[in-house]
Design a protein around this ligand. Structure first.
Ligand code: PMP
Length: 419
């Protein structure tokens, strides 16, 4: 049959423009094969590197054996991984429950606190993000908050941010902790089931608290019969550099720890770790999760822990993260847009301001900086109450030369945005 041609028409198919196709360690690649330095890691999730060979091998090997069985029958991976994960915790935090997302982990933490204490009310921090679903009750971040049909008995205490909050003196930690005590006394009638916060607020804009804050709050909450929950979804697995867990930076040991994101290096894995005594308050009837503890996730989780140890990932987060922070501090002199460098290790926030004195959030500029960095092949995130805090949370295999590139790119971009 004769071939026919439509008339010429100027059209370039670009169905995937702007999408990321591939990833290798700290880099990702778009549809044209362009390389980007990934400084956000799928929102603090790709902990040890995109397509890390050891993690891929662990997953593939497991797929060859068995993919799923449910926790009705025990698979050795769940036992081996639970033991390895529990060994990373101080104190009596020895029992692991597995699920698939941070939201599920926080929902379950609430359930655990309520069943163990027999009390109902939970306190979280303002501006917090702890997930969707039932965890939406805990979430208070304006960008994400939605009304929920439940939500009874959830209260939000002042965010202990000494840069923007009402207290910033030496007694700030005590004053912010007092707000939690006041809330327990008034809103919960003295009966609190639990207090939950991240050791550094992530989506909220990389907010660290005064050093004595968590110690005081934990004392207060326990005095009223409540449990202390640390959401380590972003801060765990060495990311803050100084310690394996973010809560250790404050010298406290929680009763329940929730984790997701970095635990699976991008695979849907999450966990709740608690003490045997607290775990006993939950029966099988109260907790079931079809995919929780599946052999593939367990194999991946175990490989992630091994890579963190073998490649000294925590030490790298401390050294490379420390370097990032010190280079950024140097830039504050030159760039008036930089109000404060937040966080620690490879969990870093850059609070952009229109004026360093008034601290007025530079929200529009933050968006511009993010876009222009992308033009220079650097991907970052942004967050905070006003959307003005640049979030730098790369895969923890990032190197000093990468940081030098990032700093140079940021310098160029800030020059252009400040004009
Ligand atoms: N807790 C924190 C601190 C988070 O940052 C997030 C996700 N951004 C969650 C919980 C919820 O995790 P997921 O999206 O896996 O449900």
């Amino acid at each position: 049959m004769e071939k026919l041609m439509l008339p010429p028409f100027d059209y370039k198919p670009t169905p995937y423009e702007g999408l990321i196709f591939d990833g290798k360690m700290q880099y990702v690649f778009d549809e044209k094969g362009e390389r980007y330095l990934d400084c956000i890691a799928g929102i603090c999730t790709v902990s040890v590197g995109h397509s890390h060979p050891k993690i891929i091998k662990a997953a593939k090997d497991q797929y060859d054996k068995i993919q799923h069985i449910t926790n009705i029958y025990l698979h050795p991976n769940i036992v081996e991984y639970s033991e390895k994960l529990a060994s990373k915790f101080p104190g009596n935090l020895k029992v692991c429950y597995f699920c698939n997302s941070g939201s599920e982990a926080n929902e379950f933490a609430m359930q655990l606190a309520r069943s163990y204490t027999g009390q109902f009310d939970i306190i979280a921090l303002r501006n917090a993000y702890h997930g969707m679903g039932a965890a939406m009750d805990l979430t208070a971040n304006a960008a994400w908050k939605q009304p929920t049909p439940h939500g009874f008995g959830i209260h939000h205490a002042l965010l202990p941010d000494t840069y923007r909050g009402p207290f910033n003196g030496e007694d700030a930690g005590e004053k912010y902790a007092q707000d939690v005590e006041d809330l327990i006394g008034t809103s919960t009638c003295g009966k609190v089931a639990g207090f939950i916060c991240e050791p550094i607020q992530g989506v909220g804009g990389v907010i660290e608290y005064p050093p004595d804050y968590l110690k005081r709050v934990y004392e207060i909450v326990r005095k009223h019969g409540g449990l202390c929950i640390a959401d380590e979804v972003q801060t765990g697995f060495g990311r803050t550099g100084d310690n394996y867990w973010g809560f250790q930076n404050y010298g406290v040991i929680p009763d329940i720890v929730t984790m997701a994101k970095g635990i699976g290096n991008g695979a849907p894995l999450a966990a709740v770790v608690t003490t045997p005594e607290i775990a006993q308050s939950i029966t099988k009837k109260h907790h079931f999760n079809t995919f929780g503890g599946n052999p593939i996730s367990m194999a991946i989780g175990k490989a992630v822990l091994e890579v963190i140890d073998e490649e000294n990932i925590q030490e790298k987060a401390k050294e490379v993260g420390g370097y990032l922070h010190s280079e950024l501090e140097k830039m504050r002199e030159k760039h008036k847009l930089i109000g404060k460098i937040r966080g620690r290790g490879l969990m870093c926030g850059i609070d952009l301001v229109e004026d360093q004195k008034t601290k007025k959030p530079a929200t529009t500029q933050a968006g511009e900086v993010m876009e222009k960095l992308k033009d220079l092949k650097v991907l970052i995130g942004k967050g905070g109450l006003f959307g003005n805090i640049l979030r730098i949370k790369p895969p923890m295999c990032i190197t000093k030369p990468d940081i030098n590139y990032f700093i140079k790119a940021l310098d160029v971009v800030l020059d252009s945005v400040e004009k």
